[in-house]
Design a protein around this ligand. Structure first.
Ligand SMILES: [Zn+2]
Ligand SMILES: [Zn+2]
Length: 742
C-alpha cells in the first residue's frame, strides 16, 4: 500500500470523518487541522484533517485532491472545542466544525465583495409635515417612498427599495424627477468601522475600576470573572485595560458584543486604544473581507478580535482573555445547529486554552447570577456599584395607563400628558429623548369590526402586522406580504380596525404632536440595509435628531450624554408572553433602556407607561434594584423548576402534516420516558404540546420539554441526537439551554 491515510471531517450534517488517501506529493506536509480538498459523490469539497495514519477503510479510499494551505486552519484546541459543542448541544460534528471557520474558507465565497450599488439620497432640504400634505396630496405612493427613505436615514440602496420594500422603478424615477431625491453610485457608504474616528480614552480609572482590575489579576487561568456594574459605571474601560495587559504581555484577546451594528461606540473605543491591532468582525463584511480579517488574526498581525457571536471562534494565537459584554443578551445564542451559546462556548474555550473570561453586564442572566449566590469557586464577582463621576441613576417613574390622563387626539397611541410634557421640556431645552416601543410595524393586527376575524398569515399561525411605508400586511415570522384587503375575508364587512400600536404609528403620532422635532426611527424595517444602524446613530450623535424612537434596538449600549429623557411607551408588550423568561427579559429591557438616560452632566429621567405597575419586574426596575429582582426571580424558578435550577432541552418537531407532527412528538415523549426508566435518569418530560407559535412557514410545530440535572441532560441529549439524525420528516430539532420557548 502506498501513501498515508487521513481522516477528513466535512462541514456537513455528519457525525464522523471519512478516510482518504494522501498521495506521496502531499503525504509529507499533511498536518492535523489543515484544510484539504477531497472528492465526495462527484463534488469537490473542503474538509479538515482530523487524524493521520488512520485505519484502512473497508473500501478503496479516494485521494485527497490538494492541501491548499501551508499550515493548519483549525488548532488542536479549536478541534477539541468543536467536539465539545457537538457533544454538548447534540449537533452533528460536521456542522459544529463548519461554525468555527468563515464561509469563504469552506470555498463558498460569493465574490460579491465590492458590488456597485445605486443609492437614492433625499435632498437635504426636507419639507415639513404640513408642506408634505400639499406636495404629495395626489401622490400618496411618492410620499410613502419619501418617508420610507427618510426612515432609512435619508438614503437607501435602490435594490432594497425595489425588492424588499416593493417600490416600482417608475416611482423611484418620479421622486428623482420631482427633485426630492437623487441617484448616485456607491461606494457612497463605506465600511464605517474601517475609518471610525477613534474615541479618545476617558481619563483615569476610578477607584472601583482599579480594584476590579486588581481583583481580575487574581482570577485563575481558565476562570471567569463577572463584572457586574450599573449602566454608565465604566465597564468598557475595565475591558480595555484588561485587554491591554494581555496584549502587552504578547497575547491576544477576543471581545464579544451582542450586535456590532448597535455598539459602534464600544468598537471605536477599542480602535482608539489598539489602532491597527484590532480586527472588527461584523455582518457588513463580505465573505472575502471576513476571510482577510481571519487571516490577519490567525497570523498574529491583529491581536484583538471584536465581533458578535461567531467571533468566539476567532483563530488568535496565544489567547489570554475573552470578554463577553452584555452577557445576558439572547443574541449570543445561535439560531441553527450547532445551537451554541457564545457565553458558554467562551467559557469552555477559555478553559481549553488557559485564558481568562470576563462576563460584563448591568443585569446578569439568572444563570450567571445564581453562580454568584452559591459557592462557585470558578466565578469571581467584581462590582462597579456606581456610575462614573458619581452621576446618579436617573429617577424612574411608573405611569399607570389605567388612570393617567392621556392626550385624546393621539389615540390609539397611549400618550399620557406626563410623557407629553416631559418631551416638550426636553425639546425646549435643546436636549434629546428616546422612546421605546417594542413592537414594529404600524399596528399589531387588523380586525373586522363585524365578525371579529383577525387577518392571519397563510403560512404561520400568527396575526399579520399592519405596515405603512410601504403599506400592506406583513408576517414577522416568514416575511409573507399582502395588500390590506378592502373587506373582511370571512363576512365581507367593510370596516376593519387596526389594533395595537407599532413603531410606525408611534412615529406618525409624535410627528403630528411635535411638528418641529426631528425624528428618527430604529427598528428592523429601517435597519435592514448595510450601514443603516450607523447612519441613524451617527445622526443622533451629531445632534441632528431630537427624538429617537424604536424597538429594543435603541436599548443597547449607546452612550449619548445629551439624552435626558427615556420614555417607555408600553412596558407590557413582552411581559405576558408564554415563556418562563418573560419577566427577566422585561426587566433587562427596562434597565437597559433606562440606563441610556442621564449619562451626561445634565442628568435625566425615565417614564415607563404600563398597565401592570405592580409587576415585580417593573417595580424593581423603577428602584434600580437588580439584586432584588434577580433574587425574587430565582425563587420563582425553584418550583416549578426552571433554569438555573434545572437544565432544559426543547425538542421541536416540525412538518407540513399536523397529525404526523403531533404523533411524532408523542412517540418521542414516550421514548424519552422509557429511556429515563431504563437508565434511572432523574429527568422529567413536559408535553408533547403545540409550540406557542404553532405554525411557521407552513410547518406545524410541536415540542417536548425535558428538564433535570445537567449531567443527566447531557446523557439524554446524546441519545436524543441519534434519534434526531434519523428523523427526516417531520424534522426534529434539539435546543439545549434554549433562550426562548416560543
Ligand atoms: Zn368579518
Ligand atoms: Zn408567516
Amino acid at each position: 500500500m502506498t501513501g498515508r491515510l487521513a481522516r477528513i471531517l466535512l462541514p456537513l450534517p455528519l457525525d464522523s470523518s471519512y478516510t482518504y488517501r494522501l498521495p506521496d506529493a502531499l503525504a509529507d506536509r499533511a498536518e492535523v487541522g489543515m484544510r484539504a480538498t477531497v472528492p465526495l459523490r462527484g463534488r469537490t469539497l473542503i474538509g479538515i484533517v482530523t487524524g493521520l495514519d488512520a485505519e484502512p477503510p473497508r473500501r478503496e479510499a479516494k485521494d485527497v485532491t490538494s492541501l491548499p494551505d501551508a499550515g493548519p486552519s483549525v488548532s488542536p484546541s479549536l478541534l477539541e472545542l468543536v467536539e465539545w459543542m457537538a457533544r454538548y448541544y447534540g449537533a452533528p460534528l460536521g456542522l459544529a466544525l463548519r461554525a468555527v471557520l468563515p464561509g469563504a474558507l469552506w470555498g463558498s465565497d460569493s465574490g460579491a465583495a465590492h458590488r456597485d450599488e445605486r443609492i437614492l439620497t433625499l435632498e437635504a432640504d426636507r419639507p415639513t409635515l404640513l408642506e408634505r400634505e400639499q406636495l404629495f396630496r395626489r401622490r400618496p405612493r411618492q410620499r410613502e417612498l419619501y418617508e420610507a427613505i427618510e426612515a432609512l436615514g435619508g438614503a437607501a440602496e435602490v435594490s432594497h427599495l425595489r425588492t424588499r420594500l416593493g417600490f416600482s422603478d417608475a416611482l423611484l424615477r418620479s421622486l428623482e424627477a420631482n427633485g426630492y431625491a437623487r441617484v448616485s453610485r456607491s461606494p457612497v457608504f463605506r465600511d464605517p468601522f474601517a475609518d471610525l474616528p477613534p474615541t479618545p480614552l476617558p481619563g483615569k480609572l476610578s477607584p472601583a475600576q482599579r480594584s476590579a482590575l486588581v481583583a481580575l489579576a487574581d482570577v485563575p487561568v481558565g476562570g471567569t470573572a463577572l463584572l457586574y456594574g450599573v449602566t454608565g459605571s465604566g465597564k468598557t474601560l475595565v475591558y480595555l485595560e484588561a485587554v491591554r495587559q494581555v496584549v502587552d504581555a504578547g497575547g491576544s484577546a477576543i471581545v464579544l458584543v451582542p450586535e456590532i451594528g448597535l455598539t459602534p461606540q464600544t468598537v471605536s473605543r477599542f480602535r482608539g486604544a489598539f489602532g491597527d491591532q484590532v480586527a472588527v468582525l461584523h455582518s457588513g463584511l463580505s465573505d472575502g473581507e471576513r476571510a482577510d480579517a481571519w487571516h490577519l488574526l490567525q497570523s498574529g498581525q491583529r491581536r484583538v478580535a471584536v465581533g458578535a457571536r461567531s467571533a468566539v471562534f476567532a483563530p488568535v494565537p496565544g489567547l489570554g482573555l475573552i470578554v463577553v459584554d452584555e452577557e445576558h443578551e439572547a443574541t449570543y445564542k445561535n439560531g441553527e445547529a450547532p445551537r451554541y451559546h457564545a457565553r458558554d462556548v467562551a467559557a469552555m474555550r477559555a478553559r481549553l486554552e488557559g485564558a481568562r473570561l470576563i462576563l460584563g453586564t448591568a443585569t446578569p442572566s439568572l444563570e450567571t447570577f445564581a453562580r454568584t449566590e452559591g459557592n462557585d469557586a470558578t466565578l469571581t464577582l467584581l462590582r462597579l456599584p456606581d456610575r462614573i463621576e458619581s452621576r446618579p441613576m436617573p429617577p424612574v417613574e411608573l405611569v399607570d395607563l389605567r388612570t393617567a390622563a392621556v392626550v385624546k387626539e393621539l389615540l390609539p397611541v397611549q400618550w399620557t400628558t406626563l410623557l407629553d410634557d416631559a418631551i416638550r421640556q426636553v425639546l425646549e431645552r435643546g436636549e434629546q429623548a428616546m422612546l421605546l416601543l417594542n413592537r414594529r410595524g404600524f399596528a399589531n393586527f387588523l380586525q373586522c369590526s363585524q365578525c371579529g376575524t383577525v387577518r392571519q398569515c397563510p403560512n404561520c399561525s400568527i396575526a399579520l402586522t399592519v405596515h405603512h411605508a410601504p403599506s400592506g400586511l406583513r408576517c414577522h415570522y416568514c416575511d409573507h406580504a399582502e395588500p390590506v384587503p378592502p373587506a373582511c375575508g370571512e363576512c365581507g364587512g367593510a370596516v376593519q380596525q387596526m389594533r395595537g400600536v407599532g413603531t410606525q404609528q408611534l412615529e406618525q403620532a409624535v410627528a403630528m404632536r411635535f411638528p418641529e422635532a426631528r425624528l428618527a426611527r430604529m427598528d428592523l424595517d429601517t435597519t435592514s440595509t448595510k450601514w443603516s444602524h450607523q447612519r441613524i446613530l451617527g445622526a443622533v450623535e451629531r445632534g441632528e435628531v431630537d427624538i429617537l424612537l424604536g424597538t429594543q434596538m435603541i436599548a443597547k449600549g449607546l452612550d449619548f450624554p445629551n439624552v435626558t429623557l427615556v420614555g417607555v411607551v408600553d412596558a407590557d408588550t413582552g411581559l405576558f408572553l408564554p415563556d418562563f423568561r418573560a419577566a427577566e427579559r422585561t426587566f433587562q429591557l427596562l434597565a437597559q433602556v433606562g440606563g441610556r438616560a442621564g449619562r451626561g452632566p445634565r442628568g435625566g429621567r425615565v417614564l415607563v407607561q404600563t398597565r401592570a405597575p405592580k409587576h415585580p419586574a417593573l417595580r424593581h426596575a423603577a428602584h434600580h434594584d437588580t439584586d432584588g429582582f434577580l433574587r425574587l426571580e430565582l425563587a420563582n424558578r425553584a418550583a416549578p423548576a426552571y433554569p438555573p435550577y434545572v437544565a432544559l432541552v426543547n425538542a421541536v418537531f416540525s412538518g407540513q402534516d399536523e397529525l404526523a407532527v403531533s404523533a411524532a412528538a408523542a412517540r418521542f415523549a414516550e421514548w424519552s420516558g422509557k429511556l429515563f426508566e431504563k437508565h434511572a435518569l432523574p429527568l422529567e418530560v413536559l408535553g408533547p404540546a403545540p409550540c406557542p407559535v404553532a405554525r411557521v412557514r407552513e410547518r406545524w410545530r410541536w415540542h417536548v420539554l425535558v428538564r433535570g440535572p445537567g449531567r443527566s441532560i447531557g446523557r439524554y441529549v446524546r441519545a436524543a441526537a441519534r434519534v434526531a439524525s434519523r428523523h427526516r420528516e417531520p424534522r426534529l430539532m434539539l435546543d439545549r439551554d434554549p433562550v426562548t420557548l416560543l
